[in-house]
Design a protein around this ligand. Structure first.
Ligand code: SF4
Ligand code: SF4
Length: 696
């Protein structure tokens, strides 16, 4: 009735269209009942789901819902940056097409029912013409995206079928029969929308119908005998499909359109991913619980984020452990955790498996790739914490924890040995009592490992050369506790943190510089939870600044290209990849070495003529396999992430591999010794390259 009333109020000849055309009053009631039933089914499932999420602990962080939704949902930041060649354009078409259709329906509903709150009907005139033309075009985008998704999925299934023996699937998208059902449903919904438009134009033509250009074109092929009854049949079919979509939405992967938005809205937004949430002693005393062995011990946000996973496999695609054939598969970790939660929660570790949990390098590549911001590393470390508390870590990992606990050094060296590298160098020590600006944090590798010591000496010499005021803790330094924390031994970590923070306090340390990205991450992002915040710099950041001030020269590579391996804990976890690059080389070598392999468009505003970038670099770098305590754990020779990374570095054709992390250096050095094609390649820390350039 209402639709006829408004028609009377529209000037004759003003473009618009009649709603509920040929639909009688009783039929409208039936339509409302159908919609109410489908929405009720949807809500019942949503309420059950919310109860499951709420069984977790309250989150401990403050989210930024508006900023996150703008960036990751509307801006599709992760989808756009993760793998453009294998699905991003398709997803963008479906997403923006779907959003456009959702907006079109919402606008129409406001125009139709706004009178209930005193709004005038506005679906007419030039607005109507613009609406029709715009949403007809955007709907096409949606349909093309759906067809693209179907073809892509079929191609991936066929590729898997043809290569059933492949150890590692390069496109680990999950496939279920319901995926076809949802693609089919969305396609038919979109198509029947256009057919409905064509039928309306055929039975009730208007002079402005060509603005609805898709329906208008289709109307030319609608049979002449097509009458109001035919129109009504299509209308009902379309309405039925909408009802089916509402009722089944929570059962299908497409539910992520809602769950992903919720997960993104509530996620931690710290741009540095490196902070793990501490275990509080008071909580342990109260609950007797350490870590997670039941999904209900995760936060409600983590539980909700599991429901947002659409099994796209982006995390799996980038996992260094999975890619060398290990059991760990971050997508499976999420799905197994979800499965465990739906089954009551107590069997989560059994489902995920201990083997998978220990294989993680905590490189955060999965977290970086995940479009819905799932925090795999938080969950993995939480489960490791429980395993450690239950005494389930054995072998070389357990030896590391014992060494670290007894000596404060990950290699088990005594504290006095931390000063071995200083012999004959007259290195200033905090205990000398002289004022200093920077504490040079050496770290276990920098003080103990022969390769790490080379970096340490080179950096100390550069600080001297640039007249930087610094001092070291020497024997008063103890491991930051990073490997213990990431292996799950929170209490050894907290003991280390307390000891080091006491030393910082004693000497009034405010600024720290270190050549180890793992130490940097812990000191910069995690020690603040136990004491004062520190200003912490990576050695490449300080060196870059000193070069900028003209106090030091950048590296002068002897010949050939240099490739730089970004450490995960610097480039990805702490978002720092430009300063090390700024040290690699300068324009003077350009003529000698030829053009860089780096794309002109991707070149930052500092000299990079000698830099040859590996396939994965900056935040997308590939892990060497050392993080998360893995450096101390046994590795099968054919399952070393460092071999895969070396393949990429060697492929650049560079004659120098520059590194900026002692862990990476140890792993890559061991890998190079196993290869026959790397004899001519030099592996060296940027500090050493700089020291050579500043020798005289
Ligand atoms: S966890 Fe994230 S990246 Fe991995 S499959 Fe799920 S949605 Fe995709
Ligand atoms: S953090 Fe790295 S190793 Fe661990 S699951 Fe994620 S991608 Fe794999």
């Amino acid at each position: 009735m209402r639709s006829f009333l408004w028609l009377a109020s529209v000037e004759p000849g003003v473009p618009t269209r009649e709603e509920y055309l040929h639909i009688s009053g009783p039929e409208k009631v039936a339509f409302y009942v159908l919609m109410a039933v489908s929405v009720a089914i949807l809500l019942a499932q949503v309420i059950r789901r919310i109860a499951l999420w709420r069984s977790g602990k309250p989150p401990t962080w403050k989210p930024d819902p508006i900023g996150s939704i703008a960036k990751y949902v509307l801006g599709q930041r992760k989808v756009q940056s993760s793998r453009p060649k294998s699905g991003a354009p398709m997803h963008l078409m479906i997403f923006y097409g779907f959003m456009a259709l959702f907006l079109a329906t919402t606008l129409l509903a406001i125009s139709s029912y706004g009178y209930l709150v005193g709004l005038p009907r506005f679906h007419q005139g030039n607005y109507y013409l613009l609406y029709e033309a715009t949403f007809d075009a955007l709907g096409l985008l949606f349909l093309v995206g759906i067809v693209w998704a179907g073809i892509r999925r079929a191609a991936l299934i066929e590729a898997e079928r043809q290569n059933p023996e492949a150890k590692v699937n390069p496109n680990p998208l999950s496939h279920r029969p319901s995926d076809w059902a949802v693609l089919g449903l969305l396609f038919v919904l979109g198509l029947t929308g256009y057919i409905l438009e064509a039928a309306r134009i055929a039975v009730n033509p208007k002079p402005w119908d060509h603005y609805s250009f898709v329906g208008w074109t289709l109307a030319a092929v609608v049979p002449a005998s097509f009458g109001p009854e035919g129109y009504k049949a299509i209308w009902w079919f379309h309405a039925f499909l909408v009802a089916v979509l509402f009722a089944t939405l929570p059962l299908m992967r497409i539910k992520h359109i809602v769950t992903a938005t919720l997960a993104v809205a509530g996620a931690k937004t710290d741009p540095n991913m490196g902070r793990l949430v501490p275990i509080r002693m008071e909580e342990v005393e109260e609950t007797g619980q350490i870590g997670v062995n039941d999904t209900k011990q995760f936060t409600s946000w983590h539980l909700m984020s599991l429901d947002a996973c659409m099994e796209c496999g982006r995390c799996t695609e980038v996992c260094p452990a999975h890619n060398v054939g290990k059991v760990l598969n971050p997508k499976r970790v999420v799905q197994d955790t979800l499965g465990a939660h739906l089954a009551g929660g107590s069997e989560v570790i059994e489902r995920v498996t201990e083997e998978a949990l220990w294989e993680c390098t905590t490189c955060n590549a999965c977290v970086e790739a995940c479009p819905v911001l799932i925090k795999h590393v938080d969950m993995i470390v939480d489960m490791r914490r429980n395993l450690v508390a239950e005494g389930k870590l054995s072998g070389s990992g357990a030896t590391l924890l014992r060494q670290l606990g007894s000596t404060g050094n990950a290699w088990g060296a005594q504290s006095s040995q931390r000063e071995d590298w200083m012999k004959g160098l007259d290195i200033p020590l905090c205990r000398d009592g002289k004022p200093f600006e920077y504490l040079f944090w050496v770290g276990c590798a920098g003080a103990t490992d022969p390769l790490g010591m080379k970096t340490t000496k080179a950096f100390a010499a550069l600080l001297r050369k640039a007249n930087v005021s610094f001092a070291c803790l020497g024997s008063e330094e103890s491991c930051t506790g990073d490997p213990a924390r990431r292996l799950g031994d929170e209490f050894t970590f907290q003991a280390s943190a307390e000891m080091n923070l006491a030393a910082f306090k004693k000497y009034g340390v405010k600024k720290v510089v270190t050549a180890c990205p793992h130490c940097l991450n812990t000191l910069r992002n995690e020690y603040g939870d136990f004491g004062d915040e520190l200003e912490v710099f990576h050695h490449t950041e300080l060196l870059s600044e000193l070069v900028g001030q003209g106090l030091l020269r950048g590296a002068q590579p002897a010949a050939g290209h240099v490739t730089y391996h970004d450490p995960c804990y610097l480039a990805r976890v702490n978002n720092t990849s430009d300063p090390p690059r700024s040290l690699v080389g300068d324009d003077t070598d350009f003529d000698k070495n030829g053009p860089a392999l780096l794309d002109e468009a991707a070149r930052p505003p500092y000299p990079l003529r000698v830099l040859a970038e590996p396939k994965q670099h900056a935040r997308k770098t590939l892990c060497c396999g050392a993080g998360g305590g893995r450096m101390w754990m046994d590795e099968e020779p054919d399952q070393r992430p460092s071999s895969r990374r070396l393949d990429q570095l060697v492929e650049t054709g560079a004659e120098t591999i520059a590194v900026a992390c002692p862990f990476c250096r140890i792993m890559l050095d061991a890998g190079m010794k196993q290869r026959s094609d790397a004899d001519h390649i030099r592996l060296v820390d940027l500090a050493e390259m700089m020291q050579e350039a500043n020798a005289e």
